[in-house]
Design a binder for this molecule. Structure first.
Ligand code: IPM
Ligand code: MN
Length: 368
C-alpha cells in the first residue's frame, strides 16, 4: 500500500484560492488523487477580518502535524494591525518562526518559451537558486520592534551562528547536487550580504566562510546586496546558489523572479527539519483576484517542490517522479506557447493553463 500524505491546504486571500486549487489539481493529476488527504484550513486577512486572527490555533496545529502545507497567498490591502503592519501575512510568518522553517528555497529559472526582460537570454541561461535564511535576520523582529511615543521606532537584525551555519550548509549541499552555473558549469555559492557596513553581515559572511571549508569542491563567491541587484541583471548566468539574510532574500528573489517572466512564475519552498511549507513567491494580487486570470505556474511549481520534498523525505519514488512530471509538463506547455496566462503575454485563464499542464502530463504518460 502506498502512503497517503496529509496536506494542510490554506487557500488564503486574493488570488490565493485560484492558484491553490490549480496546484491541487496538478499534484493530483501527477501523483493520483489517492496519494493525498487534502484538508483545507482558514488563515489570512479575510479570516482576520471575520474572526480577529489571521492564524487560528487549529490551523497552526493542523499545519504542524500535516505531512506538508500548501498555501495560496495572503494579504488584503488595509487589513492591518494597530501598529500599521499587515495582519494577513501573520500566517506564513508564524509558520516560519514557530515551525522553524529556516530554509527558504527560491529557484530562479528561465523556461523555454518565456521571454526574459533581459536582453539575449535564452532558456537555461538563467538557472540559479536563492537560499533565503527564513527565521532570523531583520524579519526576526516582526511584532517585537519598538515604537516609543510614536517618535522612535526600532527593529533589530538578528544573526546566530546556528542560524547561519544551517542555511550555509544547505546552500553548499545544494550546490553540490546541482550542475553548476550556466555560464561556466562551476558549482558556486554566492554569499549576499552587506559585510562592508554592518557587523551582523560581517558575521554572516565569516560563518559562511567557515562552513565553506567543508566544501572545497564548491566555489565561494561574494556579492554585496546592492551590487547583487546589478549582477543579477547583467550576468545572471554566473549564479548557481545564492545564500542570504532574510530581508535581502525577500528583496532579491523578487528581482530574480522578474528576470524569468515575473512573480507569477516563481515558486518557494520553506523547509525546516520537520516541516515543509510551499507557496508561490508572489502575494495575493488583489487587483486581479476573483477574475480567474492569475498565473498559477508559481504555485504549481511549488506543488512540484512539495512532492519532491515529500518524496525524498519518505523515500517515495512515486512522488519524486510525480514532481518531475509536473516540471516537465510546465516546461512543455511554456515551450509550445500552448496556454499562456496574461502576465506571459497570452490570453488563457488560470483553469485553462492548469488544464493544459495536466494534459501535458497525460501525453507524457501515453508517450512513455
Ligand atoms: C515572501 C513575502 C513575505 C515576506 C510576506 C508575505 C510576509 O513577501 O514570501 O517573499 O516578506 O517574506
Ligand atoms: Mn517577498
Amino acid at each position: 500500500m502506498s502512503k497517503t500524505y496529509e496536506i494542510a491546504v490554506v487557500p488564503g486571500d486574493g488570488i490565493g484560492p485560484e492558484v491553490c486549487s490549480a496546484a491541487l489539481e496538478t499534484i493530483c493529476a501527477a501523483a493520483g488523487r489517492r496519494a493525498f488527504n487534502l484538508v483545507e484550513h482558514p488563515a489570512g486577512a479575510g479570516h482576520f477580518r471575520t474572526h480577529g486572527t489571521a492564524l487560528p490555533e487549529e490551523t497552526f496545529a493542523a499545519c504542524k502535524t500535516a505531512d506538508a502545507v500548501l498555501h495560496g497567498a495572503a494579504g488584503i490591502p488595509g487589513v492591518v494591525y494597530p501598529d500599521g503592519t499587515e495582519a494577513g501575512i501573520e500566517f506564513g510568518l508564524q509558520l516560519r518562526f514557530r515551525l522553524d522553517l529556516y530554509a527558504n528555497i527560491r529557484p530562479i529559472r528561465l523556461h523555454p518559451g518565456v521571454e526574459s526582460p533581459l536582453k539575449n537570454m535564452a532558456a537555461g541561461d538563467i538557472d540559479y537558486v536563492i537560499l533565503r535564511e527564513n527565521t532570523e535576520g531583520l524579519y526576526a523582529s516582526r511584532g517585537s520592534g519598538t515604537n516609543l511615543r510614536d517618535e522612535i521606532a526600532t527593529d533589530t537584525l538578528v544573526m546566530t551562528r546556528k542560524g547561519i551555519e544551517r542555511i550555509a550548509r544547505k546552500a553548499f549541499e545544494l550546490a553540490r547536487r546541482r550542475n553548476g552555473a550556466p555560464l561556466d558549469g562551476k558549482k558556486r555559492v554566492t554569499v549576499c550580504d552587506k559585510a562592508n557596513v554592518l557587523r551582523s553581515y560581517a558575521f554572516f559572511r565569516k560563518v559562511c566562510e567557515q562552513v565553506a571549508e567543508d566544501f572545497p569542491d564548491v566555489e565561494l563567491d561574494y556579492g554585496y546586496a546592492d551590487a547583487m541587484m546589478v549582477h543579477m541583471v547583467r550576468r545572471p548566468s554566473f549564479y548557481d546558489v545564492i545564500v542570504t539574510e532574510n530581508m535581502f532574500g525577500d528583496i532579491i528573489s523578487d528581482l530574480g523572479a522578474v528576470t524569468v517572466g515575473g512573480m507569477g512564475m516563481s515558486p518557494s519552498a520553506e523547509i525546516g527539519d520537520s516541516n515543509g511549507f510551499f507557496q508561490a513567491a508572489h502575494g495575493s494580487a488583489p487587483d486581479i483576484a476573483g477574475q480567474g486570470i492569475a498565473n498559477p505556474i508559481g504555485t504549481i511549481l511549488a506543488g512540484a517542490m512539495m512532492l519532491e520534498w515529500l518524496g525524498e523525505r519518505h523515500q517515495d519514488r512515486a512522488l519524486t517522479e510525480a514532481a518531475g512530471r509536473i516540471d516537465k509538463a510546465v516546461a512543455s506547455v511554456l515551450a509550445k506557447g500552448e496556454a499562456l496566462p496574461p502576465d506571459l503575454g497570452g490570453k488563457e485563464r488560470t483553469t485553462a493553463v492548469t488544464a493544459a499542464i495536466c494534459r501535458a502530463m497525460d501525453q507524457q504518460a501515453t508517450a512513455a
